[in-house]
Write a protein that binds this ligand. Structure first.
Ligand code: PA5
Length: 426
């Protein structure tokens, strides 16, 4: 992963090279803390060891029984879906990947009506094994398969922890199960069994994904000037401190649109604590040049824009034309146009004094994705250290989960009582 900070220096808000040099001492301390956490396999920090600890053979073996299905449907939510979705949406495959995370009844029914259920593998993912949305959606999928005369036990595998409803269900029906890695919160689990099982079914190169991540891990060092991941984490932190409380993640590749979703969860759920945190916004280049960019350039001075692109991509020529005024396009290519749009946006933001950071990978392939996912996770962990937040917890998320379960009669939770009290007051 390559990070260019040039357009974040001296903008408004902005950070100076000298300020980053001063911050570098704290980056060195944070790096030491992170390395200690990794050495001890401490909760959260263990995620940065996944390039070494994930066993691609274990994943490939677990899914090898599913021979070339037409589709794979992941039932999971948040960190149990977004990593897999980011990888599968970025890479081409003959096996179509679908995701059921939300419990919108019309959407769920529509998807199940369209899916070829007799040739679909169902991948149910939940670290806790108790998440209501995931369990409910799976019960609906199971029922739909039963109704279609499909033996769901032959087409389902689960990825879950050692306890919980999903584990019980897997044991009861003798379903193949992959473990979730210890000490790795959902949003940091893309490079594990959680994020990579779908990639294995789709025939992607798991070793290359992990090799890309390992390369990025090797680039972590005690200085932000030597590590692209830390350069990104430290600069976004410094910009937030100076007023850039919003970080618009804007990949210039349709294949990376989901990456912005994944990044939003990583950044928001990890860093939004104790009254601090930088709000992620999702955008897509060049599409959002025609909608959100106006605000990014001319709106309140509370943003930075992260522009992401692959350095190489497949290209498509733009046909020659003799239409008046359009001859400049002919003989060029869509890739050249997209690059021109990227650079124009970057320059336009810089000209208006708005901070932006350029992040590049060589290509959108397994290796590039491994670098990007790992690099952003390491950046996030560094940011959390600098901001002294508890990066690896998500109490607000847990609050909502308990409240929802309690309201449906799934246990006694004070969070549910608080909602009931509020309902009574209405
Ligand atoms: O990152 C997280 O911890 C959350 O987004 C979880 O992944 C999400 O709530 C799903 O939880 P679970 O995997 O326990 O079903």
């Amino acid at each position: 992963m390559y990070v260019d900070l040039g357009n974040a220096l001296g903008t408004t808000p902005g950070v100076s090279r000298e300020a980053l040099e001063r911050l570098d001492g704290r980056v060195a301390d944070a790096h030491e803390r992170i390395e200690q956490g990794r050495a001890d396999d401490e909760h959260g920090y263990a995620a940065l060891n996944l390039p070494e600890t994930t066993d691609p053979d274990e994943i490939r073996n677990a899914v090898s029984r599913f021979d070339d299905p037409e589709a794979v449907l992941t039932v999971g939510i948040g960190g149990s879906a977004l990593g897999a979705a980011t990888i599968s949406e970025a890479l081409d495959s003959d096996v179509d990947a679908y995701y059921l995370d939300n419990v919108d009844p019309e959407w769920v029914s529509g998807l199940l009506t369209d899916l070829p259920l007799d040739d679909t593998v169902v991948n149910v993912v939940s670290r806790s094994g108790t998440t209501a949305e995931t369990l409910a959606n799976f019960l609906v999928v199971r029922d739909a398969m039963d109704s279609a005369g499909v033996d769901w036990t032959e087409r389902t595998f689960v990825t879950t922890g050692e306890e919980g409803n999903l584990r019980d269900l897997a044991d009861k029906h003798d379903l193949p199960a992959l473990p979730v890695p210890d000490g790795v919160p959902g949003r940091f689990s893309a490079l594990s069994t959680v994020g990579m099982a779908v990639a294995a079914i789709q025939g992607h190169d798991l070793d290359a994904l992990l090799a890309g991540a390992a390369d990025e891990a090797d680039r972590l060092s005690g200085s932000l000037f030597e590590s692209p991941a830390y350069a990104y984490g430290a600069t976004t932190y410094a910009l937030d401190r100076r007023g850039a409380s919003i970080n618009a993640m804007m990949p210039y590749a349709e294949s990376l649109e989901y990456f912005a979703e994944w990044f939003a969860q990583l950044w928001a759920e990890s860093l939004g604590k104790d009254g601090v945190g930088q709000t992620p916004a999702r955008a897509l280049g060049a599409t959002d040049q025609h909608s959100q960019l106006q605000l990014y350039r001319a709106g309140p001075r509370d943003k930075l824009v992260t522009l992401v692109r692959p350095r190489e991509k497949e290209d498509a020529a733009i046909p020659e034309t003799d239409l008046e005024g359009l001859s400049y396009l002919g003989g060029s290519s869509l890739g050249e146009l997209l690059d021109a749009e990227f650079e124009a946006t970057e320059a336009s933001l810089a000209a208006a004094d708005c901070p932006n950071v350029r992040v590049e990978i060589d290509r959108v392939d397994e290796r590039g994705l491994g670098e990007l996912l790992y690099g952003m996770e390491a950046a996030c962990v560094l940011y959390g250290e600098l901001d002294t937040v508890s990066t690896f917890t998500q109490p607000a998320v847990e609050w909502g989960k308990k409240a929802a379960r309690g309201l449906l009669g799934g246990g006694d939770f004070e969070e549910a009582d608080a909602v009931s009290d509020k309902r009574r007051l209405k």
